[in-house]
Design a protein around this ligand. Structure first.
Ligand code: PLP
Length: 388
């Protein structure tokens, strides 16, 4: 069959692993251009390098994040690996500074891959009393002189909001770059690049794809040198997303703003409901003025919402009673709110904090909710019925 131009309004799934280059002249030219690592190479060579369906999905993310480039990877973890590895330069690599309140999988990656295998000098910065002390942070950056600082805009599971504009201005004084995992806040609440952050990471598996059916990640930025280095690293390590996932993401992302703003509304209402319930000891939600970082969240997110994650602790006299109440809660809501170890799904799902985080958060009554975009009434009625 001869190749035809089809009048489709969408970029199709190009599943080709290699693309036709016709003659030696075009081959030499295309390979030479590939070494320049431009965002859109124009002519394609091989899908592990670059793929037109992937580039098209990346352009959808660029519109949402308002950035000059976005690079999709096959998971959030490979996006993290790519972003930090851009700064790995043999003996001149470290030190790197990571905030301690980051995703457990990121901590494991830091410990097992960056420290043990690659031998990189890594230090952690820990919050005191539930928020980050910026005076202390400045002292650490001034003495350590890290190449970059790595933060989550909203941490997991205590939902500590980092004062990103203030951190960028401190880091800037000491020639320290800033990398942010913005998975929980999403570009709807906050666009870190507009405040001068160097690279933004998302686990696309979560809100950007939003249906619990794609595993992917993305790195976004404005600096062309970082982009070229990240494209090269992604190519050599094979961290590329598949064209099928990129195609599905390209359509699912069209509803991202609608979905996430509804999730934030549901979460705000549910956090208030839980906060007023006599069976609950404490609720962590950045939209509540009892949260240690509420004022930072208000400053950064304005009236756009406070995210869709809530952590709460069930009342109980001692650990055994809390554990029993937690198990009763999980069983009681399980027809509607299921225990699924991810977040950002269409429906509300939960995780028992102690069972996942162990010694880091050993409170047996604590449950983390990822609030969905279902009807709010169904959600509140389900929880009300089990807590009463
Ligand atoms: N960043 C955050 C904040 C996460 O919660 C996760 C996963 O839960 C990741 C990164 C890793 O993403 P992925 O599972 O898509 O590799």
């Amino acid at each position: 069959m001869k190749k035809k131009e089809i009048n489709s309004a969408r970029i199709p799934v190009y599943r080709d692993s290699g693309f036709e280059l016709y003659n030696a002249g075009l081959t030499a030219d295309t390979f030479k251009r590939e070494t320049e690592n431009e965002r859109d190479p124009g002519n394609y060579i091989y899908s592990r390098y670059r793929n037109p369906t992937v580039v098209s999905a990346e352009e959808e993310i660029m519109k949402i994040e308002e950035c000059r480039w976005a690079l999709l990877t096959q998971s959030g973890m490979s996006a993290i690996d790519t972003a930090v590895s851009v700064f790995q330069k043999g003996k001149a690599t470290g030190p790197w500074l990571f905030f301690s309140e980051i995703y457990g999988g990121s901590i494991s990656f830091v410990e097992s891959v960056l420290k043990q295998r690659r031998g990189i000098d890594i230090q952690y910065f820990t919050p005191d009393d539930g928020s980050y002390n910026l005076i202390e942070l400045e002292k650490v950056i001034a003495s350590l002189k890290p190449r970059f600082v790595y933060i989550e805009s909203i941490s997991n599971p205590m939902l500590v909001v980092a004062d990103v504009p203030a951190i960028v201005s401190i880091a800037g004084k000491y020639d320290c770059r800033v990398i942010i995992d913005n998975t929980f806040a999403t570009p709807l609440l906050y666009k870190p690049l507009t405040d001068g952050v160097d690279m933004v990471i998302h686990s696309v598996t979560k809100y950007l794809s939003g249906h619990g059916n794609i595993t992917a990640g993305v790195i976004c930025g404005n600096d062309d040198a970082l982009m070229r280095s990240a494209i090269e690293y992604r190519k050599f390590t094979g961290h590329m997303i598949s064209p099928d996932d990129a195609y599905r993401l390209q359509s699912q992302i069209q509803t991202f703003k609608l979905r996430f703003s509804r999730q934030c509304d549901n979460a705000s209402k549910l956090a208030t409901f839980l906060n007023n319930h006599p069976a609950i000891e404490r609720v962590w939600f950045p939209g509540l003025d009892t949260h240690e970082t509420h004022s930072v969240a208000k400053k950064m997110f304005g009236d756009r919402g406070y995210g869709a994650m809530i952590t709460f602790d069930l009342k109980g006299r001692e650990k055994a009673e809390k554990r029993e109440k937690r198990d009763r809660f999980i069983a009681g809501v399980s027809d509607t709110i299921r225990l699924i170890p991810t977040l950002g799904d269409p429906h509300t799902i939960l995780m028992p904090v102690e069972a996942v985080w162990g010694a880091k958060y050993p409170e047996p009554g604590m449950i983390r909710l990822s609030v969905g975009f279902e009807d709010y009434e169904t959600l509140e009625n389900t929880i009300y019925g089990v807590l009463k």
